[in-house]
Design a protein around this ligand. Structure first.
Ligand SMILES: [Zn+2]
Length: 73
């Protein structure tokens, strides 16, 4: 038994999440990148980078656009 993976700190008795909290993690991840399309772009870019269809520089540019330094807290 471990803590719920959504980050709420509550114990998850069966599996990774308290019931309903996998959606909390999904919503949190979408919010952190700035929306569902940004998340899609991030995943697609990571895949392209992994397959060498995208350069490291292009990939890092995307990451910095999604996570500008001033927005970090
Ligand atoms: Zn939770």
């Amino acid at each position: 038994m471990g803590d719920c993976r959504c980050g709420c700190g509550e114990p998850a008795e069966n599996g990774d999440f308290i019931a309903g909290h996998s959606q909390k993690l999904t919503a949190s991840l979408v919010k952190q990148v700035g929306g569902l399309f940004a998340l899609q772009e991030l995943v697609q870019s990571a895949q392209k980078y992994s397959c060498e269809e995208k350069s490291q520089e292009e990939f890092l540019d995307l990451i910095r656009r999604i996570f500008p330094v001033k927005k970090l807290r």
